[in-house]
Design a binder for this molecule. Structure first.
Ligand SMILES: *[C@@H]1O[C@H](CO)[C@@H](O)[C@H](O)[C@H]1NC(C)=O
Length: 315
C-alpha cells in the first residue's frame, strides 16, 4: 500500500440539521424549549422520589435512575448543538467528538439496560408478587443498577475506542448534529469495514438483547394480567405497564431504525436522531407523571411542603 501524503484531521465540522437560517432559528427555539423541559421534568421526578418516603420502593428508585440517565443523555448532545447555533460555527475537536461518542453510548447503553431492568422489576412484581420483596431487596437493586452502568460503560468503550483509532485525512464534514460512531466511520480514509461492522453489531446486538428481555417480560406480564379476576386490579396493573411499554417503544423504535440495518444513509436518519436525542428525554417524565397517580400526589405533597415552609418563615 502506498503511503499517501496526508494531513491529519484534528477538527470536524458538524453540518447540523439545516443550513437554512430561518429553519435554524426555529430548530434552536424548539430544542431550547424541549431541553429546558427535559431538565425541569426529570429533576422534578428525581427530587420528588428522593423526598417522598412513600416512593422509596425499587420501581421508583429505578424510575429516578432513568430520569438521571435521560437528563445526562440529552446533555451530551443538545447544549453543544445549541452553542454551535449561537456561535454560528460548528467545529468540534477530534477529542471532543470521540468524547461525545463515548458519553452518548454510555448513557444510551445505560438507558437500554435500565429499561430492561424496569421490565424485569415489573415482571417479578406482577408474576411473583409474594417473593417480590425478597428478590428485589436493597442489595439486589443496587447490584442491578451498578450492572446496567457497567454494561453501558463496556458498550461505550467498544464504540469509542475503535472510532478513536481511525485515521482521518479529510474531508471532515459530518452530516449530523452530533458525533456518532457510524457517521464518523464514513469519513475515515482507511477501510472502515471492521470498525463499521463492530459499531453496528455492538449497538444492534445490545438493542436486540434489551428488546428481547423487555418483550419476554411483558409477554409474561400480559398473560398474568389477563388472568386477574377483578377488573379494577386488571385495569390498574395494565395502566402501569402501558406507560412502561410506551417509553420502551419510544426508545427502541428509533434505535432499531438506526442501528439494526446495514450502514446505508437514509434521509430520515437525522430526524430519527432528533427523536431519541431530545424527544424521548422529554416524554419519559411526562408519561410517568401524567399517568402515575402516586407520583402526582407526591408532587402535590412536595408543593404543599414548600408552601408550609414559606409560611413558617413568615411567622
Ligand atoms: C438508583 O437506584 C438505586 C438502587 O435502587 C438507589 O439506591 C439510588 O438512590 C438511585 N439513584 C437515583 C439517582 O435515583
Amino acid at each position: 500500500m502506498a503511503v499517501r501524503n496526508e494531513t491529519r484531521v484534528t477538527e470536524f465540522l458538524l453540518l447540523g440539521i439545516s443550513s437554512n437560517p430561518d429553519v435554524q432559528i426555529i430548530i434552536f427555539v424548539m430544542f431550547l424549549a424541549m431541553y429546558s423541559l427535559a431538565i425541569a421534568g426529570n429533576l422534578l421526578i428525581m427530587i420528588t422520589i428522593y423526598v417522598d418516603s412513600q416512593l422509596h420502593t425499587p420501581m421508583y428508585f429505578f424510575l429516578s435512575n432513568l430520569s438521571f440517565i435521560d437528563l445526562s443523555f440529552a446533555t451530551v448532545t443538545i447544549p453543544n448543538f445549541l452553542a454551535n447555533v449561537l456561535k454560528q460555527s460548528s467545529t468540534i475537536s477530534f477529542r471532543d467528538c470521540i468524547a461525545q461518542v463515548f458519553f452518548l453510548h454510555l448513557f444510551g447503553g445505560a438507558e437500554c439496560f435500565h429499561l430492561s431492568l424496569m421490565a424485569y422489576d415489573r415482571y417479578v412484581a406482577i408474576c411473583n408478587p409474594l417473593r417480590y420483596t425478597t428478590i428485589m431487596n436493597r442489595q439486589a437493586c443496587l447490584l442491578l443498577v451498578v450492572s446496567t452502568w457497567a454494561a453501558g460503560l463496556f458498550h461505550a468503550s467498544a464504540q469509542a475506542l475503535p472510532s478513536s483509532q481511525l485515521p482521518f485525512c479529510g474531508p471532515n464534514e459530518i452530516d449530523h448534529f452530533f458525533c456518532d460512531a457510524l457517521p464518523l466511520s464514513l469519513l475515515a480514509c482507511s477501510s472502515t469495514f471492521i470498525s463499521e461492522t463492530t459499531a453496528i453489531i455492538n449497538s444492534g446486538l445490545i438493542t436486540l438483547i434489551c428488546f428481547l428481555v423487555v418483550s419476554i417480560s411483558y409477554a409474561y406480564i400480559l398473560s398474568t394480567v389477563l388472568k386477574i379476576r377483578s377488573s379494577e386490579g386488571r385495569r390498574k396493573t395494565f395502566s402501569t405497564c402501558a406507560s412502561h411499554l410506551l417509553v420502551v417503544t419510544l426508545f427502541f423504535g428509533p434505535s432499531v431504525f438506526i442501528y439494526m440495518r446495514p450502514s446505508v444513509k437514509f434521509a430520515g436518519d437525522k430526524m430519527v436522531s432528533v427523536f431519541y436525542a431530545i424527544v424521548t428525554p422529554v416524554l419519559n417524565p411526562c408519561i410517568y407523571t401524567l399517568r402515575n397517580k402516586k407520583v402526582k400526589s407526591a408532587m402535590k405533597r412536595l408543593g404543599g411542603r414548600k408552601v408550609s415552609l414559606l409560611e413558617m418563615q413568615k411567622n
